[in-house]
Design a binder for this molecule. Structure first.
Ligand code: SF4
Ligand code: SF4
Length: 308
């Protein structure tokens, strides 16, 4: 029997939900439950790693082919799959997450109270795999999460400004990945599948300051590809005026290993050096950093870091 993309994803511990949705336990869920180690977003923003639902509404569907993407690169959707309604998507993801978390029950390293909490997510990371703004009911899905008391982090490549502008409500925190300082690097590294993608990212950046939510620009840094150009990155950041900027080193994992080498992973000191240059140009500060995740948080001193 031929292997489908869905079969491949299931083998990688994804659980497909309602056609185009998927959930997968985050690496940091295990780290938190077994070793008490949170992800950097818990330290920076106060999300609880063991109560975070890492999911996507548009698995295996993207309009870019970033060379650094961890994910399977046949980003052409799943055969014959329809987009689930928001209720089906959220309920299905929570149900599957509970089943995935059940594997930790009885592990003597896992605190039972924390395990119980892990079965009741209070935060949704809308990222995982694929571009979530391609999901047609994204605003309704975020609204449903909000009504159920779940905070939402949406991570987008910024190529669909019309969708971002029309989101109602907005997510608790909006991440826009800017993984290139200019059009040329973007074309080579992010391999957009449609014309005008860079112009649309610039359009998204011009919207950020007007969005009534927490906003973050993420610079995913790949040594030998997009690390440097601090003047150009700072110009983009200045125009966008987000609450925070997160320079983060590329990590050599998943499918990116077939396109990159370990030498493309910048050290934390290079990420830190880049961050200092950006902060300097924007008259901002490095507010926090986490060496093992090769990430820094740039913003204005006194900013409200925690989501609640
Ligand atoms: S915020 Fe991100 S890194 Fe942290 S637990 Fe959720 S999905 Fe994982
Ligand atoms: S935009 Fe995100 S999901 Fe799409 S190819 Fe790039 S890294 Fe992967």
């Amino acid at each position: 029997m031929p292997t489908t993309a869905a079969d491949q994803l299931e083998k990688q511990q994804y659980r497909i939900v309602g056609g185009t949705g998927a959930v997968k336990l985050c690496h940091w869920m295990r780290q938190k439950l077994i070793y008490g180690r949170p992800c950097y977003k818990e330290e920076f923003y106060g999300v609880e790693s063991h109560r975070c639902l890492q999911m996507t509404p548009s698995v295996n569907t993207c309009n870019c082919r970033c060379l650094f993407c961890w994910r399977f690169h046949g980003m052409i959707g799943l055969e014959g799959a329809d987009s689930p309604e928001p209720e089906e998507l959220l309920e299905g993801c929570i149900r599957e997450q509970k089943l995935l978390v059940s594997g930790f029950k009885g592990d003597e390293r896992c605190d039972p109270a924390m395990w119980e909490e892990a079965r009741r997510p209070n935060q949704v990371a809308i990222s995982l795999s694929g571009e979530p703004t391609l999901y047609p009911y994204l605003g309704d899905f975020i609204g449903l999460c909000k009504r159920k008391g779940l905070t939402t982090f949406l991570v987008t490549n910024g190529t669909l400004p019309g969708v971002i502008e029309s989101l109602s409500p907005l997510p608790t925190q909006l991440y826009v990945t800017v993984a290139a300082p200019n059009r040329e690097v973007f074309r080579k590294l992010c391999v957009p599948q449609s014309v005008g993608a860079w112009n649309r990212i610039e359009e998204t950046l011009s919207l950020i300051a007007s969005l009534d939510t927490r906003t973050v620009i993420r610079h995913t840094l790949v040594d030998g590809w997009n690390l440097g150009w601090e003047d150009e990155y700072a110009k983009l950041d200045l125009a966008a005026d987000p609450m925070f900027i997160e320079p983060k080193g590329f990590v050599f994992v998943g499918d990116s290993r077939s396109r990159m080498t370990i030498d493309n992973m910048p050290s934390h000191s290079r990420v830190r050096e880049f961050s200092e240059r950006i902060a300097d140009r924007l008259s901002m500060d490095i507010l926090m950093e986490r060496e093992d995740s090769r990430v820094a948080l740039i913003g204005e001193r006194g900013s409200q870091l925690k989501i609640v």
